[in-house]
Design a protein around this ligand. Sequence first.
Ligand SMILES: [Zn+2]
Length: 339
Amino acid sequence: MHEIPFTVFDELPEGLLECEATRLHAILPGPSLIHVPGKRGRALFVSVLLHGNETTGWEAVRHLLRHYADRRLPRSLSLFIGNVTAAAQGRRRLPDQQDYNRIWRGEADTPEHRLARRVLAELDRRELFAAVDVHNNTGKNPHYACVNRLENRFLHLARLFSRTVVYFIRPDSVLSLAMASRCPSITVECGQPGQARGVDHVFEFLDACLHLDHFPDHPLTTWDVDLFHTVATVKIPSRLRFGFGDVEEADLCLLPDIDRFNFTELPAGTAFGRILREGVQPFEVTDEAGREVFDRFFTINAGWIQTRTPVMPSMLTLNREVIRQDCLCYLMERLPLPG
Ligand SMILES: [Zn+2]
């Protein structure tokens, strides 16, 4: 089996900051970890482009490193640039690749899992201050931060980015979860790619992280954050044909503007779409323990797929490739803050 070339740089490669995400492959042989020294030694770890089409993180880092072009960073930065080959094509991942944000746990013997173990081993040689993995999504979502541990230091880091914070432990193979045993760690979701507002926000957030001396350990209050818990993942079975709005030749029609439900607390009885054939189970709904829980969250009523309990979805998207490669959405509930 082939190995993915992984390179560690101890300085910024010449010309890198001139490259858009689609051009990084001209300078980087593949996934790369780049150490840039700063005034404080414990590094901020930032990962970008685990999904090749999610360019906001790279744009924000370009902006940040140009901002400090003629002076030292306030704190050292360790930058991981992930799926360079998918980025060259503006894709989340290539068809023959594992998802770069689903490879950070377990013993699986794929080239991507071996890459992940090499990256983590390299990071374990350094002391880290915090870890931030930057993503975009494709539907209408607010900017929000995700934590995989309910610890005050993690929540303070998340709060620096957004007052909307999501706690999840599934999928359990994401980078932010692997980093959580090493330092305060979050994933940030900064809207759709290509928006200047997202780049500015991530730039300001990373700059604030570089200036931070430590993370407070005192509890946050409901004045500080809205905390939600991802309780289930919703997928469309691969054998089903689906569309948006009124389509024929499908098993399942979803509402054409379904992504407006993101981060909205929906009452029971809210329709997601309808099935065009009787007996079709439109969604695979899985809880944190991996159990099938369609009946807990949904019901079919005269062909309409309706929510059975109050829920709040996130990551609903109209992008068919993302739905096929990842999922239709996640379902969340409000969570009290830890004391
Ligand atoms: Zn992503």
